[in-house]
Design a protein around this ligand. Structure first.
Ligand SMILES: [Zn+2]
Length: 69
């Protein structure tokens, strides 16, 4: 069983909801050398943080999933 999870945040503290909330990831920006994702609260859709995925990360991810085409 091989799944690419890396270190994704699944819950972050939301000020509006005043507690840790599950988040969903949204692609915010695509740059030449990296993608930027935004974490949105599933309760109120507030932006709770960002994550950068560099090309190196993506290459690693594709190495871990050799059959994906
Ligand atoms: Zn919230």
């Amino acid at each position: 069983m091989e799944q690419f999870e890396s270190f994704k945040a699944s819950q972050l503290y939301c000020r509006k909801c005043a507690k840790s909330m599950p988040v969903r990831e949204r692609l915010l920006l695509i740059l030449p050398d990296k993608d930027i994702y935004e974490y949105l609260c599933t309760g109120c859709a507030e932006s709770l943080g960002q994550r950068e995925v560099t090309l190196a990360d993506k290459r690693l991810a594709s190495l871990r999933k050799p059959r994906r085409r």
